[in-house]
Design a binder for this molecule. Sequence first.
Ligand code: ARG
Length: 285
Amino acid sequence: MTVLDTRLSPRPARQARTRHYVMCPPTHFAVEYAINPWMDASVPVDAERATVQWDVLRHAYLALGHRVDLVSPAPGQPDMVFAANGGLTVGGRTYGAKFRHPERQAEAAAFTAFLRDAGHDVVDPAHTNEGEGDFLVLGSMILAGTGFRTSLEAHVEAAEVLDRPVVSLELVDPRFYHLDTALAVLDDGTGDAPADIAYFPGAFSPHSRRTLRDLFPDALIVSELDALVLGLNAVSDGLHVVLPSAAIELAGALRDRGYAPVPVDLGELLKSGGSVKCCTMELHA
Ligand code: ARG
């Protein structure tokens, strides 16, 4: 019956909405410390290649008609290229970041200064949180990860600051240490099509898996193979899904669901445990 129902349900028409992104050039990018299992300071990083790959991503967004603003990279902050971690902005209000590891803590002030200069009302957080690494906006609600970086207290604080309901999800596999490595918002549900997400269930605790199943019974379930190339670290505008090129199976599944995959290779940034979404902060309207 389920199979028949799925076949009969019409595929929603996908629609792109123009987005406003913030990125940070990988000028000082390096793997100098290890704060997640992907990082190994003894593996060399090709800085030039990282810059080319990052620039291809930036141009992909521009070609899709999106706005991309740039934050100045700070010397001594090799992870600042992962702009998603710099805060969570919804409707002109920003819940500022407070990084878990001392190595990244100075980034928060740089992102906050940039956002304040851009006219955003940035609220300084009391609790540890890594911005859009662990907070994903889905229509009026926010999906929030905890377990490795962002604290549960920060979920409550974000809900208060941004006046949005927050759904807490517990991450249990250190390879997927941020929510945006384990779950991707494909359609935020603000247009005609219903909200749509993709995720790798193995990254979540049993009760969070249950939450995801209940909230998103039709979600795209992603294999460990695709998750392990950070395939879920993707950015969707509602139609185009920019994702790591190694996530081959996922690209096919997205096509079947009516999306247009835009594969990019961010292999150098993967050495730090980051990919497309990590490099992209979205300023949500
Ligand atoms: N090396 C960085 C860290 O461990 C990577 C951050 C990736 N960002 C993200 N949004 N998942 O903090």
